[in-house]
Design a protein around this ligand. Structure first.
Ligand SMILES: [Zn+2]
Length: 468
């Protein structure tokens, strides 16, 4: 399995810090030079001949060898080549109508700042040119060029830096190239180390419980487990900001001069939007799977997403944007994170509707207003939580009947595994850093009115009278 360790890097002396800065600055400078030569060819500028791969990167590498070391100079060039290859692939996918995986108009690889305004301190170290050691004195040692060592009067051939953090994967079989950068938001050097870990490192589920997820835009995830837990990750605010940024991008695009397709501001907004989404989604996957793992879940079912597409999206956005916000990528993200926990993720695209009333089974008489699903039979509940619960029960039922035909004797055990009575749902809100329990968590707006589905919790009635 491919995994990534991330950690903070602390130079021990002022000299070491300067070496690290110079190294990352030179990495950025080399990246920029290579990128410039490629971009000029891509744009067919006068005086630049051939296509992007014709740029004389060897000469540029040579120019930086003394500062970076040959291996790092080579790695910067490779990283830039990969960025260009990725760009060409995305461009192809973007223009292929049958392919909805690329949702933004791809841009050629960008520059890492410039000399006048300051370069973006970011670099790479070849897989065999660094070592990471965790222990009492955790440290990173890496190659730097001769000129850099001389300039800072450092006789050591390798630069040694202290590292801080708690690696997810301390035991690995192999490492790939290290990425190093300076994070301006908290004035810290950071590194990410991709590693290959053995399958034995994967966790084993604690029991064989099941969870079902309903994924949406306003509520990113509604989850019900066979242990009777319900989780709701609220996405309304994130989604709102996503739409505002999307609208702002459209506004700026409409003001571009003819023949121009993008601008620095537009690119920044795209990046900001992507970073915000990725951060929230990564944290959600981690938070949810921590909980599910602790609850003994070994299988997660993800249901169809038709409802979301129809009710929230069709008017303002196109099909590509649907995908952008959540579904395909988010499902992949969930599956990757789940793999670390040994939990399997299964997407069930079979038609199941979130409009089904759990009380009478009707699907055409129910109505959804914002988060509430109501039915003429008297049912009223949180629409997304109800959907995940219905999905879970339906799935459990089919599992049980399969089981019965196969092995009558095990029926008892399976029946016990059916969904247990529901605990009060836990709601989570995103605060730009963490998903934390919402203050509304213990005062859900909607409660079930049917006694057979009301949460088996004596406080429901009193809570209701407090909030109602
Ligand atoms: Zn009903």
């Amino acid at each position: 399995m491919k995994r990534t360790n991330t950690f903070a890097v602390r130079p021990l002396t002022g000299d070491d810090e300067q070496i690290l800065r110079d190294l990352l600055d030179a990495c950025a400078a080399l990246w920029n030079e290579i990128n410039y030569h490629r971009l000029m060819r891509y744009n067919d500028e006068d005086g630049f001949k051939g296509d992007v791969w014709d740029a004389d990167t060897g000469a540029l590498e040579g120019k930086y060898k003394a500062v970076l070391g040959a291996s790092t100079a080579q790695t910067v060039r490779r990283a830039n080549s990969e960025a260009w290859r990725g760009f060409f692939e995305n461009k192809k996918a973007y223009h292929d109508e049958s392919n909805t995986s690329v949702t933004e108009h791809p841009e050629p690889p960008g520059f890492r700042g410039n000399e006048d305004d300051g370069r973006v301190l970011k670099g790479v170290v070849r897989k065999d040119a660094y070592t990471v050691e965790w222990g009492d004195r955790s440290r990173l040692e890496m190659v730097v060029g001769k000129e850099l060592r001389d300039r800072h009067n450092s006789p050591k051939s390798r630069l040694r830096l202290e590292i801080v953090g708690d690696p997810n994967w301390p035991n690995y079989e192999d490492q790939s190239r290290l990425e190093l950068w300076y994070d301006e938001t908290d004035s810290t050097f950071r590194a990410s180390q991709p590693v290959t870990v053995s399958d034995d490192e994967q966790a084993t589920p604690l029991a064989d419980e099941t969870a079902a997820l309903d994924i949406g835009a306003n509520n990113l995830v509604a989850c019900t487990t066979t242990t009777g837990e319900q989780y709701l990750y609220e996405g309304r605010e994130l989604f709102q900001r996503f739409r505002e940024t999307t609208r702002e991008i459209a506004r700026l695009q409409s003001k571009l001069e003819e023949g121009r397709y993008s601008s620095k501001r537009i690119r920044r907004l795209y990046q900001k939007r992507t970073r915000r989404r990725d951060h929230a989604q990564d944290a959600l996957c981690r938070d949810l799977l921590d909980r599910l793992y602790a609850g003994g879940v070994d299988t997660v079912y993800i249901g169809g997403l038709t409802d979301v597409l129809e009710t929230h999206w069709s008017v303002e956005t196109n099909a590509k944007t649907h995908n952008f916000w959540a579904f395909k990528k988010f499902t992949e993200r969930l599956a990757t994170t789940a793999e670390e926990y040994g939990i399997s993720v299964e997407v069930r695209s079979e038609a199941w509707t979130s409009q089904e009333c759990p009380q009478c089974g009707s699907t055409d008489r129910t109505t959804r207003h914002q988060d509430t699903l109501t039915c003429p039979c008297g049912f009223e509940g949180h629409a997304d939580l109800t959907a995940s619960e219905t999905f879970l029960r339906r799935h459990q039922k089919s599992q049980i009947s399969d089981w019965r035909t196969r092995r009558e004797a095990s029926r008892q055990r399976q029946t016990e595994q059916a969904v247990r009575p529901m605990a009060r749902p836990v709601r989570f809100e995103w605060d730009d850093h963490n998903w934390s329990e919402s203050p509304r968590s213990h005062r859900p707006k909607e409660q079930r009115t049917d006694p057979s589905t009301v949460h088996k919790d004596g406080n429901v009635a009193s809570e209701e009278s407090q909030t109602g």
